[in-house]
Design a protein around this ligand. Structure first.
Ligand code: AMP
Length: 281
């Protein structure tokens, strides 16, 4: 694996590979790597000659500065992890390398309603920050294929929109969510949970499974309210439990029994905010 800290050096190296017709896959991350991240690298390796991973904790996407400060950094484990996964290239830039002019001056990306619902509503500015970093990373790496996790369902839709706004020929692959054996979606933020919080955190996937088992066509209010009691019983402070069209994420209060739908949850276990989602049909 080759490690690059400078975008100019990475760009020059990738240009050479591209001139030899090597197909490039890219998996951007914020580090504190786990098997979920690894699954993106594996998917890329199956389809591409060269796989690039990046580790960059993007200050522009944190609406809560405390969350940014506490975001886990485990580089000493991440690098061997990527070596083991036979990742070809790691891009590990500094904040100055990605944002030489700082993060205050912001281009606005037209994300439509995606920016104002769910994560967009509860984390104002978050998706503009995601687009800000992804615009830069995609322009540096110029991958043929991009690998992201279904765990961040709305983010995948936002990045799909960004790719179309950028008019670049990048194919986005959304990889399934990897879970711990008790159902908790793998996440770097799980490292911040105490033993007690970690036990209670399984309530999120239980709530999603409850929705999957109990969803019926018609009004969705009561099944959503019933499902919330699982989170309440486990001391979660819930930002949202929502059911949406799986294709365009428009929020639903009734279901016709046929439309493809996804349930999405964001909730706090004390200080730690967790998100998860599940396709229901
Ligand atoms: P993050 O480091 O949390 O920004 O995540 C980097 C990428 O890994 C994103 O595309 C995430 O959606 C994806 N990812 C995070 N957790 C999982 C998981 N449990 N399973 C699959 N992909 C994941």
């Amino acid at each position: 694996m080759i490690l690059f800290k400078k975008k100019a050096e990475l760009t020059a190296h990738l240009k050479q590979l591209r001139s030899k017709n090597q197909k490039i896959g890219f998996a951007p991350t914020m580090g504190a790597l786990h098997e979920g991240h690894l699954s993106l690298i594996s998917a890329s390796k199956k389809q591409n000659q060269v796989t690039v991973a990046s580790i960059f904790v993007n200050p522009a996407q944190f609406n809560d500065p405390k969350d940014f400060e506490k975001y886990p950094v485990t580089l000493e484990k991440d690098i061997p992890f990527l070596l083991n996964a036979e990742c070809d290239i790691l891009f590990l830039p500094t904040v100055e390398e990605i944002y030489p002019d700082g993060i205050q001056e912001r281009k606005q990306y037209d994300l439509g309603y995606l920016e104002h619902i769910l994560e967009g509503k509860f984390r104002p500015g978050h998706f503009q920050g995601v687009c800000m970093v992804m615009d830069r990373l995609l322009s540096i790496v110029q991958p043929n294929e991009l690998f992201m996790g279904q765990k961040d369902y709305q983010q995948c839709m936002v990045v799909k929109r960004l790719i179309s706004l950028m008019s670049v020929p990048i194919q986005l692959f959304t990889c399934p969510t990897l879970r711990e054996t008790d159902g908790l979606a793998m996440s770097s933020r799980n490292l911040r949970l105490s033993a007690d919080e970690r036990k209670k955190a399984t309530a999120i996937s239980k709530t999603l499974l409850f929705l999957k088992d109990n969803i019926r066509e018609g009004d969705l209010t009561s099944v959503i309210n019933d499902s919330k009691s699982i989170l309440d019983a486990n001391d979660f402070k819930t930002d949202y439990i929502a059911i949406a069209d799986a294709g365009n994420l428009s929020l639903l209060s009734t279901w016709d029994g046929r439309q493809k739908i996804v349930a999405l949850i964001a909730a706090f276990q004390n200080e730690v905010r967790l998100i998860d989602n599940m396709l229901l049909n």
